[in-house]
Design a protein. Structure first.
Length: 164
């Protein structure tokens, strides 16, 4: 049996946790030990960057808990990837009048995702959680770029866009 030891990075932690949530994980557990250069049970604390990243990630997951614990809405949003070798995994939720689209590039590579939102006919914008930016919605479609390991969480105020 071959064992692969991978040094976790902040980027990898963000991607893996968010991707697991998109696929229905009900919680997050971290394996914080390190084996290189020697075994350390609390290995995550050897990296200030990882502690900062995991703390921020945990805060975001906690703040999104009411949304994450709500029902997933199938068939509300359809996504297409411009790169068939880099599909986009997605989960859709709602809380009040806000629609949440959790999206992650599923494999290595980059792509542009086009999200078609059922019932939306107007224009507006989606804020991207944790990224200090917004993406335009035109005629019920949102288009955004995905770098390698990218995960985006879109928040759309349905009260501000024309719906059927």
């Amino acid at each position: 049996m071959r064992t692969i030891v991978e040094q976790a990075t902040a980027s990898a932690a963000y991607h893996r946790v968010r991707e697991r949530l998109i696929h229905g994980a009900g919680g997050v557990t971290y394996f914080v030990h390190s084996r290189e250069p020697s075994f350390r049970e609390d290995g995550i604390f050897g990296s200030a960057a990882m502690v900062t990243a995991v703390t921020a990630l945990n805060q975001q997951v906690r703040s999104l808990a009411p949304v994450l614990n709500s029902a997933t809405l199938p068939n509300v949003v359809a996504v297409t990837s411009s790169n068939s070798a880099a599909p986009i995994d997605m989960m859709t939720k709602a809380k009040g009048q806000v629609l949440y689209i959790f999206a992650a590039i599923a494999r290595a590579g980059t792509t542009t995702g086009t999200f078609a939102i059922a019932g939306l006919t107007g224009d507006g914008s989606a804020s991207v959680a944790g990224e200090s930016r917004a993406v335009p919605i035109v005629a019920g479609k949102l288009i955004d770029d995905f770098a390698a390991s990218a995960v985006h969480i879109y928040q759309i105020d349905l009260g501000a866009i024309t719906c059927r």
